[in-house]
Design a protein around this ligand. Structure first.
Ligand code: ASP
Length: 371
């Protein structure tokens, strides 16, 4: 007897195979494509899904990376970080006390950090692979979504001020390279030569990046904290409840000449939209760009009904690491709730409360959530 081929088995098997292939995506959190694109990492007890402080009017960060350790951090270094963050907050506090708006406050705070060689922005910026300095910065106003940015500038002393000028004096959002340097100079911003940005510490980091095996003596001295990359940012809310955010950086050590990170990209490194969030990011820029990091935080709040802390946590801890990068954000809502989640081991930041108190946080054990 001739056996009739059972052709119906082909589509049935196809469906079975497809279902079996899809199963892990549903059964194992974090493993499937759907999950990589968007689900939330499990909550830890007492965790970063809650605000780290309330009644905040201004916050600044000084980069994310390997945590500074209480036990190994030289007290002078600790003081320098705390003073650097506090000086920036004081500059912003002066602006807000004088009736200035949130845009002026974040600009003032970031300028102070750019002038401080401890941080990777302005003076103290990291080196490109060609031993040069190319700086990125952006600023955004939450009231009307106005934004300005500069990328790859080489002679502006304070890139954040150039970004603000782009926002206020041009019909564009971002200027890059020579055009941006010329624009800033024409508008009266102080210019510098490349050696202004130079520091021994960043030079040693470049040497180390190029010759990973050979660590010069000088580099060893900085090893305890060199992984705090030092990008800077600020977020603020003023008495009109208007939000603003700004970010400034030298980028990543040994980056290709011409490389632009997330810091000047609106929606990636910086975002501010009234009623949602003012956010400034630090970390692996490519991943923050691909994950549209700060805009996604705003969208989760606006369209997903999330609060600032859970939205920021979901993006920074839940989503971005799956794209292959770590970092952190400071995220402030119009009611003064501040979130500071990071997937990197550490992030240095500080904040100013409504009643004028300044708090700085360097070590991981200082980052307990506020009630
Ligand atoms: N996000 C910055 C960049 O990619 C670097 C950093 O924050 O450390 O340029």
């Amino acid at each position: 007897m001739r056996v009739r081929p059972r052709l119906w088995i082909v589509p049935v098997l196809t469906v079975l195979v497809a279902v079996a292939a899809a199963l892990p995506a549903f059964s194992r959190p974090g493993s499937g494509a759907a999950d990589r694109a968007g689900a939330v990492a499990p909550a830890k007890a007492g965790d970063a899904r809650r605000p780290v402080a309330r009644d905040v009017v201004l916050a600044v960060h000084g980069g994310a990376g390997t945590a500074l350790r209480r036990e190994t951090t030289d007290p002078r270094k600790e003081k320098a970080y705390r003073d650097g963050l506090a000086d920036a907050l004081k500059a912003g506090r002066r602006v807000l006390r004088d009736g200035g708006d949130s845009v002026a406050a974040v600009e003032a705070a970031v300028r102070v950090l750019e002038d401080n060689e401890l941080f990777n922005a302005g003076r103290g910026a990291v080196f490109t692979e060609d031993a040069g300095h190319e700086l990125d910065a952006s600023i955004m106003r939450g009231a009307d979504l106005a934004a300005g940015a500069v990328a790859g500038v080489r002679s502006v002393r304070n890139p954040v001020s150039a970004a603000r000028l782009v926002m206020e004096k041009t019909r564009h959002v971002m200027l890059a390279g020579e055009g941006a340097d010329d624009f800033a100079a024409r508008n009266g911003l102080p210019t510098v030569t490349q050696d202004y940005y130079w520091t021994q510490r960043r030079w040693d980091e470049l040497v180390k990046a190029k010759h990973p095996g050979k660590t010069p003596q000088a580099t060893k001295r900085h090893q305890a904290d060199e992984e705090i990359t030092g990008t800077v940012g600020a977020v603020a809310v003023d008495r009109d409840r208007d939000l603003a955010a700004a970010t400034s950086t030298g980028g990543m050590t040994n980056k290709m000449t011409g490389r632009v990170g997330d810091s000047p990209v609106v929606g990636a490194g910086t975002y501010a939209k009234n009623g949602t969030v003012a956010a400034s990011a630090t970390g692996h820029g490519e991943v923050f760009i691909r994950g549209a990091a700060t805009a996604t935080i705003a969208h989760l709040i606006e369209f997903g009904g999330r609060d600032v802390a859970s939205a920021a946590y979901e993006v920074v801890v839940g989503r971005l690491p799956r794209l292959g990068g770590t970092g952190g954000v400071i995220a402030l809502d119009h009611e003064g709730a501040l979130a500071a989640p990071h997937s990197s081991e550490g992030m240095v930041y500080g904040y100013l409360t409504e009643d004028g108190e300044i708090v700085t946080r360097l070590f991981p054990d200082e980052s307990s959530p506020a009630g």
